[in-house]
Ligand binder design. Sequence first.
Ligand SMILES: [Zn+2]
Ligand SMILES: [Zn+2]
Length: 164
Amino acid sequence: MLGVAVSALRRREVGAQEEIDLRVGPDVLPELGLAGDLHVEGRMINLGTEGVEVAITVDGAIARECARCLAPVTVPLDASSEETFGLSGSWPSVVEDTVDVQPMVNEAVLLEEPLRVLCRPDCAGICPTCGKDLNEGPCACAAEEIDPRFAQLKRLLDPREEKR
Ligand SMILES: [Zn+2]
Ligand SMILES: [Zn+2]
């Protein structure tokens, strides 16, 4: 729940606006995996009997892992979301003179979430055999990843191979 009070705004004239300016720490929304504080900015408009219109932008970053090498990657966020909160019988709606902007923040973050996070476009990943980060250079097993038939032949020709 990221509640913003709208009682003062709703006492004003239809069309009146109020600003939203929130700083949300990573611990408040742990499920989003934020890399730091999230800045939620925007405005609310009093729509009278129609409720309250809320428009926000979220500015911050999420902490993810590279899909290939698992290195930490910080993905910047810059998204917006708009929603009209009715007075009752609709979702979302104003509850106890408060609008909950958390679903809007979640949606904005989800929209920015990359399908595949990479530390860099040409990340070499990690070796599935020995686990070495191949961005740091080739591993010892790379040379041995040859046709299994040749591998057998190689073992016959190179007896040292047996002792490994
Ligand atoms: Zn990577
Ligand atoms: Zn390897």
